[in-house]
Design a protein around this ligand. Sequence first.
Ligand code: ZN
Ligand code: ZN
Length: 264
Amino acid sequence: MEVLPPDLHVHTEWSWDAPIGDMERSCERALEISLPAIAFTEHADWALVHQGQHPVDIAGYLDAVDRCRARFPNLRILTGVELGEPHLYPKETAEILAAGPLDRVLGSIHSIRLDGDLLDASQFRDREGLDFPGAVREYFRETLAMVDSGQPFETLAHLDYPKRYWIAGAAPYREKDYEEEIRAILVACARTGRVLEVNTTRGNILCPDITVVRWWREVGGQAVQYGSDAHQPDKVGEGFAIATQMVESAGFKPARDPMDLWHR
Ligand SMILES: [Zn+2]
Ligand SMILES: [Zn+2]
């Protein structure tokens, strides 16, 4: 069996939206499927605090990672965080990052600004009369603003996240329809030395898929990493077999050291 790459995007009970997350069980699962490493990237979100989000208790989280490292010496366990809209919350972001050295820092857009409010892409379909393609364009505009903001994250997570919540019955999502917006994001990421994540949350819906990973290579993108975005232990590493095949056919090579990212 081929060696799977590290899973560098996993949530546990320390994330506000992962009530059945479990750091210890996720470590066991990673060992079961022979992952070389796992990164716990808990949500640091501020956009929807009024809807029950709360930023991560970073000190408690780091203690939990220490306990897992002692308990699972054969697994490489990385610390991390998934910053939500960090360019809109620079002070809060700096506080989280000051709490301790974190191995993997992801930058994510989940919400767009709409009518003075923030709307998560998972809620697009519930908003009556929403111009869906327009909202997706706005999502990409916000992503570009985040990448250009200079916020210190090294990896762009789930570049086309609204795709996960596409409206049934609408014309299917096509990268080509948003090529200009997506390429601008990729160019900005390449210029700032960032890594592109291939997110496998939906199993066979890769986020982004081959068209975008090819563009990433074309614009000079150097590296790709993988993230299951698991919110429960049995999802760790899910979809990695299909994702690695896709990335390889887009022109990136498996790392010689399995702990490493994949490069062009
Ligand atoms: Zn996310
Ligand atoms: Zn996530």
